[in-house]
Design a protein around this ligand. Structure first.
Ligand code: UT7
Length: 335
């Protein structure tokens, strides 16, 4: 029986820093409100002149992860790419990564699970490796939010929260028992789909229809979030997902060495930290610097925590996410 372990990690964020004061020039908001409600101080937004896109950033992060895994692009058997902000409506970004990295004609799968996208992707990769089908899988999360946000007071409830960036992991076959990915748990509750959604362009709100209506009040093509509703569900589902992951492995909260929560809101992460009684050095947050980067958030945070030496051999690492869908889940790793 094979297991899977992370052998390489990489991340890439655009150089362009957008502070809360920068945002206050375009909309009625302020640094105090943003920091108090979300913990965010700044985020990275793509400067279009640089040529960065969702796929380009994903490829940059992937290159680093492959190198750190001591592999070459030719060793990768499969690509799993998670994003809610693909460069094109179709095809998905996975094939762009295959092309940008000049990889052989391996399979590329796109995952559309928003903030839980990386958790879902890792879980899928783990299954492919456990069955023996693939040996090395590239798992990527990348987002270009800034291109599609409403940069005015009307959009401030959403726009101040989201940032751009990408992260990647190489998941490889291992024969060491009790190491690597120990479990993954995935959930959804589609009745709340529209509480955090971007409706159009889509077959429900197609581009010609949006143009024909030419309605200045139409916000269907900007992301919408019922913030308080999402917040209330997030704190419950995050906790459930962590407990479920621990219980499945006969572990307790005291066994956690590092919790990497999806970076939705620092207040949510702090609530979870308190609830599980975790010391500051057992939870990694970087939302202060990057905002919420959705499918990229967990993998960027995991990469930074590892780069900073905060994750060591044999540590128990718990990843947990909640977001649009609603979707949520956890992955438990023995590093
Ligand atoms: O990643 C996926 C999962 N996402 C989440 O889990 C996010 C969950 N939700 C949240 O993090 C929070 O609900 C937000 C950060 C989005 C909002 O914080 P809140 O404390 O729930 O604020 P609110 O939406 O209740 O708004 C409070 C007030 C409103 O004004 P009134 O009605 O009280 O006069 C808003 O219009 O704050 C106003 N407001 C702002 N003011 C300044 C909303 N956005 C802004 C802003 N700057 N950017």
């Amino acid at each position: 029986m094979y297991s899977s372990k992370i052998t390489g990690l990489g991340h890439y964020v655009p150089e362009n820093v957008v502070t809360n004061d920068d945002l206050a020039q375009w909309m009625d908001t302020n640094d105090e409100w943003i920091q108090e409600r979300t913990g965010i101080k700044e985020r990275r937004w793509i400067d279009p002149k640089t040529g960065d896109t969702t796929a380009v950033m994903g490829a940059k992060a992937a290159k680093i992860a492959i190198e750190r895994a001591n592999l070459t692009k030719d060793d990768i058997d499969f690509i799993i790419f998670a994003t809610l902000s693909p460069d094109m409506y179709f095809p998905g970004g996975g094939v762009q990564i295959q092309d940008l990295l000049e990889m052989p004609t391996i399979g590329a799968l796109d995952v559309r699970n928003q903030c839980s996208g990386f958790i879902y992707s890792l879980s899928i990769a783990d299954q492919f490796i456990k069955t023996g089908m693939y040996k090395n899988i590239l798992v990527i999360g990348s987002e270009n939010h800034s291109g599609g946000l409403e940069k005015s007071t009307r959009g401030r409830g959403v726009t101040v929260i989201f940032g751009d960036g990408a992260g990647a992991a190489v998941l490889s076959r291992s024969e060491e028992e009790g190491r690597g990915i120990l479990s993954s748990h995935l959930h959804s509750e589609g009745k709340h789909a529209k509480e955090l959604a971007l409706i159009g362009p889509s077959t429900e709100r197609w581009v010609p229809e949006i143009i024909k209506d030419n309605d200045p009040e139409d916000v269907s093509y900007f992301p919408h979030m019922n913030g308080q509703f999402v917040f209330k569900h997030a704190v419950v589902r995050f906790s459930e997902a962590i407990v479920e992951g621990l219980q499945a492995n006969g572990l307790n909260k005291e066994d956690i060495d590092m919790l990497i929560p999806h970076q939705a809101n620092l207040r949510i992460a702090q609530f979870i930290q308190k609830k599980f009684g975790l010391a500051d050095n057992k939870v990694y947050n970087n939302i202060m610097r990057y905002g919420n980067t959705t499918a990229a958030s967990i993998i960027i945070a995991l990469t930074e925590a590892w780069e900073e030496g905060k994750i060591k051999e044999n540590d128990l690492v718990v990843l947990a996410a909640f977001g649009s869908g609603f979707t949520w889940g956890s992955v438990v790793i023995r590093w």
